[in-house]
Design a protein. Structure first.
Length: 309
């Protein structure tokens, strides 16, 4: 009985530590014309190019470039919607290409990632809600340094890479075959689009991002990580600096997302990209994207033709 009590206290301590340590931002705000809540739960997941906390040596090691080299401001390398249904249909992890031309409230038509640069998380959420018709219930964001630190905290992520990858922009090399990617290599893998291994540029990059998230979530949730103090405690200490959530989100919401996304690696989650009209990934197919978003609103199966893989 004493051991059970100690275990409960331990778990409560971890929950409290994360609950009060994770950074918060007001990303989800009400406004006139906001989409009504529908079936299921929607997360907006953002990978930003934030270099907060990175020294010049870190920027060089991770091949991120500095803020000036990136053109100033803050942008999003990754924009995804995770839909968790209320019924037995598959959860969905959907990529929104960062170069998608969309209407940004108050700023005309521009690339979707410009919304983040122009107005931060709140404007990005409003933009995504406007173009998809889906109400976002939760928000999660991770920057360059935080991403790499989480990967390194668990000793790297096991990945099987089909083709050798060399990024002519960052000069990061990843060999073909099954291997363990460290934080630097993992960041290069999810950012890479200037490579012969990514001929579809951003479409290949977002596909790699979804593949990596599946491997990362599965590895974090595995007994080998959770029961290994040499992985678990570094992971625990790196999470608060890595992650930003909406001010109304809680740790149990994040746990629910992780549980739902564990199925990515074994086809338990539908993954894909919003349907586009061509390889530039700038314009969405209006008919197919409407079918996709209607299916997510109503927790009905997504038509196979309504996503790009």
């Amino acid at each position: 009985m004493t051991l059970v009590l100690l275990f409960v206290v331990f778990l409560g301590g971890i929950w409290a530590y994360l609950e009060f340590s994770i950074k918060r931002v007001d990303a989800l705000a009400d406004y006139d014309g906001r989409p009504a809540a529908a079936s299921g739960t929607n997360w907006l997941i953002v990978g930003s190019d934030s270099r907060d906390g990175l020294s010049a040596a870190d920027e060089e090691r991770l091949a991120t470039g500095d803020v000036a080299a990136a053109g100033g401001g803050q942008r999003t390398d990754t924009i995804m919607i995770a839909h968790i249904p209320d019924n037995d249909t598959k959860p969905t992890l959907l990529s929104l290409p960062r170069d998608s031309q969309v209407k940004i409230p108050g700023h005309g038509t521009n690339k979707i990632n410009a919304a983040f640069s122009l107005g931060g998380p709140a404007l990005l959420v409003k933009t995504v809600e406007g173009v998809t018709g889906l109400r976002m219930d939760h928000y999660a964001e991770i920057g360059f340094g935080g991403f790499a630190n989480i990967v390194d905290a668990i000793g790297g992520v096991d990945m099987c890479v089909d083709k050798e990858m060399h990024d002519t922009f960052t000069n990061i090399d990843i060999k073909a075959g099954c291997q363990t990617l460290d934080g630097r290599e993992s960041l290069g893998f999810v950012r890479m689009r200037h490579s012969s291994a990514t001929p579809r540029s951003d479409l290949d990059r977002v596909a790699n991002q979804r593949k990596f998230i599946g491997a990362l979530v599965s590895q974090i949730a595995s007994p080998g990580t959770l029961l290994n103090p040499f992985d678990f405690f570094p992971l625990l200490s790196s999470a608060p600096d890595a992650l930003t959530m909406d001010s109304g989100d809680h740790v149990h919401n994040l746990a629910g997302l992780a549980i739902a996304m564990r199925g990515i690696s074994d086809d338990g989650v539908l993954t894909g990209t919003v349907p586009v009209t061509d390889g530039s990934a700038e314009h969405w197919d209006k008919t197919k994207s409407a079918q996709l978003f209607d299916a997510l609103k109503n927790d009905t199966p997504v038509p196979p033709t309504a996503v790009v893989n």
